[in-house]
Design a protein around this ligand. Structure first.
Ligand code: NAD
Length: 431
């Protein structure tokens, strides 16, 4: 079948991205072969006695793409369309994300093919425990550390931890898994971490470009965890958010909410549900203009923050970006298509790429693991200060390289990440 007619395959995309950077770095054949494929892959069957008495067998995965720099790290998703290739791609991207922020972790990802919407809490608990039983010997605080992801929560993490500890002779091993609730091994600052991380890098970009945050305004796609905390810190720095967009569950459509003098974060939070959807009627009553959702990208602003979905800035939408836009800070994973990247590069828009901009989440998960391993928990201020230090130095490393070698920021981030992992493999004598 022709490639263009085949379904999109994220692992092929991850490999193509890697191949391009490997060419730029002139990596040797052995290193290329090692890094374009996962080191280890596990496929397991999880039998579950369902509430109606029948038994169903769920398919589960864990992929450890590379752990040359430290234990693998990455989420576990529950999704009816999960595939091994998706998990491989996500594990690969985790390797690069951890490397670019220079935390001593590798890349992993896991999943179970299931739809939690149609499963009781007890059935989900059995899936969590079953997944851990199958994989317990190959994961752990020193090998591979899972976390929540699509449709898995802190509760799922606690069930998994409990099973893991039971298998391991009741030893308390909270460093096995991250994303736990505060007070049960979770870290303060985790909920702020990704959004704040985006703005730490944005603040540095503005500084580098000689722009005062107070003189800027931004439009944000999304009003979930990442978007809300990005807005919180950006407005605290003096910036003005004039537009946010989100999904309306009732109307099955997205809307953009605009207030030219600046949105009021707390006011909108008071109108939002836990999925990050804003109540349209209440927003209208509070004086917000309600626009079609896709208009978030057309706003006359200095900064765009995509913080919702992948592939939002693409060959078509990129043409609608206002001439005023100077910076795009990618809160979401994969919000920009390669075709749009070309246009942004030509137009000289400064892009803070996802693997750098949204790495605050995994960095704080790393802090959670460190705190668990020593059973000593830091104050929120300490967590966020350490996060700022990490994000700022990662931004500086990437932007310095981009400037020195005249690279697009995304390429510079990849060059740093791939180089670090390749070097670790070499130093260990693997290649
Ligand atoms: P979330 O579920 O809390 O929020 C998602 C938001 O996107 C919601 O406000 C929703 O209404 C909105 N949305 C959905 N469809 C939309 C549409 N068509 N148009 C406009 N808005 C739409 O998710 P989150 O945790 O904030 O994650 C957002 C993105 O950031 C994802 O790409 C995720 O992979 C990435 N990310 C999240 C973290 C994290 O720590 N949460 C870390 C790294 C990357």
């Amino acid at each position: 079948m022709e490639k263009s007619k085949r379904a999109f395959n994220s692992f092929e995309m991850a490999q193509a991205q890697f191949d391009r950077i490997a060419d730029m770095l002139e990596l040797d054949q052995g290193t290329r072969e090692l890094l374009r494929n996962p080191l280890r892959e596990y496929t397991v069957a999880i039998p579950v006695r369902m509430d109606d008495g029948t038994t169903r067998v769920f398919r589960g995965y864990r992929v450890q793409h590379n752990d040359a720099r430290g234990p693998a790290k990455g989420g576990i998703r529950f999704h009816p369309h999960e595939t091994l290739d998706t998990v491989r791609a996500l594990a690969t991207w985790m390797t690069w994300k951890c490397a670019v922020v220079d935390i001593p972790l590798g890349g992993g990802k896991g999943g179970v093919v299931c739809d939690p919407h149609n499963l009781s809490a007890r059935e989900q608990e059995q899936i969590c425990r079953g997944w851990v039983r199958q994989i317990a010997a190959d994961v752990g605080p020193l090998r591979d550390v899972p976390a929540p992801d699509v449709m898995t929560s802190a509760q799922h993490m606690l069930w998994m931890l409990d099973e893991y500890e039971t298998i391991n002779h009741m030893n308390r091993l909270a460093g096995f898994i991250t994303g736990k609730p505060v007070g049960m091994g979770g870290s303060l600052g985790r909920k702020e971490a990704t959004g704040y991380g985006v703005v730490f890098t944005l603040r540095e970009a503005l500084k580098m470009m000689g722009i005062r945050p107070e003189a800027t305004c931004a439009s944000v796609q999304g009003f979930g965890n990442v978007a809300q905390y990005a807005i919180e810190l950006y407005t605290r720095l003096g910036g003005t958010v004039t537009c946010v967009s989100c999904w309306d569950q009732k109307d099955q459509a997205s809307y953009a909410y605009r207030k030219r003098e600046g949105i009021d974060l707390e006011e909108l939070r008071g109108m939002a549900d836990r999925f990050g959807g804003i109540d349209k009627e209440k927003a209208q009553a509070a004086g917000y203009e309600v626009l079609p959702g896709e208009q978030w990208i057309e706003q006359e602003v200095d900064i765009l923050i995509p913080a919702a979905l992948e592939n939002q800035i693409n060959a078509e939408t990129v043409q609608r970006i206002s001439k005023r836009v100077r910076i795009i800070a990618e809160g979401a994973n994969g919000p920009t298509s390669p075709e749009a990247d070309k246009v942004l590069h030509e137009r000289g828009i400064f892009v803070i790429p996802d693997l750098l901009a949204n790495a605050g989440g995994v960095t704080c998960s790393y802090f959670e693991q460190v705190q668990c391993n020593m059973n000593y928990f830091w104050e929120k201020e300490e967590v966020l200060t350490k996060l700022d230090t990490k994000m700022t130095s990662a931004f500086k490393a990437v932007s310095d390289l981009a400037r020195k070698q005249n690279l697009y920021m995304r390429d510079a981030a990849y060059v740093i990440a791939v180089n670090r992992v390749a070097q670790a493999c070499k130093d260990r004598g693997w290649v």
